[in-house]
Design a protein around this ligand. Structure first.
Ligand code: FES
Length: 386
């Protein structure tokens, strides 16, 4: 630790005053604090005074700061003699602060100090050419790159007597130098390259969230693609049957009475199959339209004026929800009560989405939703096995 003493009278300037721009800057710093607390700006003002004086604090500069802040000189001296960032002796153009604390000491700080003594001279003296001066200081917070020095505002790390001597020579000659580690590593990464955190999965996001989210997304996309293909195949099969069947007169049958306000089921251009098959929630997609006598109970409008959010049924988007409302389906409990026949009838009305109600198990989903359960996502919870 260096002795904290004012420089000898011989090197002290006779006066010091902030330049106009620095004085304005100082006023700005002081204005940051409440009236009566101007002294709180002492550190920044001392720092600026040191900058202006060429890297050290003459006595006149310390006193000027005291006057500016209305502080007794002694209070300002207490501060400058405590903080080693304030230099009380003149410094060279390149001011070298050598860390001598334990980690740097163990890694060779003594040899670095020896280079300073050889190339610059005694501590706290400026070299005859005015280029260099040095000072031993405490830990500069770069211990894992020990030994190290700070020169003006830059750190130079992983020093050896050889590379440090060359560094000082280059600085003295005005040549460009490399800041930071003086060996082949970046910042404070392990010497010779890292041995940990090499798993690529740590950086591609696959380690985030539940399991492998990329696989999950790929599986969802594949399932959606298959669903579209299945719907198109069902549509093509229905068209083929319609083309092969003899023309029949459309039969229109009213839907069964509903509570509180029944609406007639939409007219169905029934091209009934010759051997109608019974529908079930797990049956394959219905190709031909079931008779309207199979229609479930439908409502002219939502009970209490507000329907359930049918989009919470996985696979039901805004378009399907609107279509269901148009048919008279507004509530989860309506869907939850559908029989296989009613489900098949609804499915046959899902123009462009035929087969969706059965395939996506709307009844099962609605039974859960009608009981009050809600999915995590606004688009519903994909049924298991879908
Ligand atoms: S001990 Fe030297 S930087 Fe910390």
């Amino acid at each position: 630790m260096s002795v904290r003493r004012l420089a000898p009278d011989a090197v002290q300037p006779k006066e010091f005053a902030f330049s106009k721009s620095n004085d304005n800057w100082a006023d700005g710093q002081i204005a940051k604090y409440p009236k009566g607390r101007e002294a709180s700006a002492v550190i920044p003002l001392l720092w600026m005074a040191q900058e202006q004086a060429g890297g050290w604090l003459p006595q006149k500069a310390i006193e000027a700061v005291g006057r500016k802040l209305g502080m007794p000189y002694m209070r300002v001296f207490e501060i400058v003699t405590f903080y080693t960032m304030f230099n009380l002796q003149p410094v060279g153009e390149h001011f070298v602060q050598v860390c001598g604390t334990v980690p740097c000491h163990l890694k060779g700080a003594r040899e670095i100090i020896k280079v300073c003594e050889d190339k610059i001279g005694p501590q706290s003296t400026v070299s005859s050419d005015g280029k260099l001066s040095w000072l031993e200081v405490e830990c500069l917070g770069s211990c894992c790159n020990a030994p190290m020095v700070q020169i003006n505002y830059d750190y130079y790390e992983d020093l050896t007597p050889e590379n440090f001597a060359a560094l000082l020579d280059n600085l003295r000659a005005g040549k460009p130098v490399k800041t930071g580690p003086q060996v082949d590593r970046s910042c404070s990464e392990p010497l010779g390259g890292g041995d940990t955190l090499k798993d690529k999965a740590l950086y591609d996001g696959s380690a985030v969230g539940r399991g492998d989210w990329q696989k999950r997304i790929a599986a969802d996309r594949e399932a959606a693609k298959k669903a579209v293909e299945a719907a198109e195949a069902a549509k093509a099969a229905a068209a083929a049957i319609a083309a092969a069947a003899p023309a029949q007169t459309p039969a229109v049958a009213p839907a069964p009475a509903a509570v509180p306000a029944p609406v007639p089921a939409p007219a169905v251009a029934a091209k009934a199959p010759k051997s109608p098959r019974a529908a079930s929630p797990t049956a394959p997609v219905q190709v031909a339209s079931p008779p309207d006598t199979d229609a479930p109970k439908l409502l002219a409008k939502a009970r209490s004026g507000k329907g359930d959010d049918l989009k919470l049924i996985w696979g039901v988007g805004p378009k399907l929800a609107k279509l269901l409302n148009t048919l008279g389906v507004w509530h989860f409990d309506q869907i939850a009560a559908w029989t296989p026949k009613e489900l098949a009838w609804i499915d046959s009305k899902m123009e462009g989405f035929k087969g969706r109600a059965v395939r996506d198990a709307w009844v099962d989903q609605s039974q859960k939703l009608a009981s009050g359960w809600r999915p995590d996502s606004a688009v519903g919870d994909k049924p298991k096995g879908k």
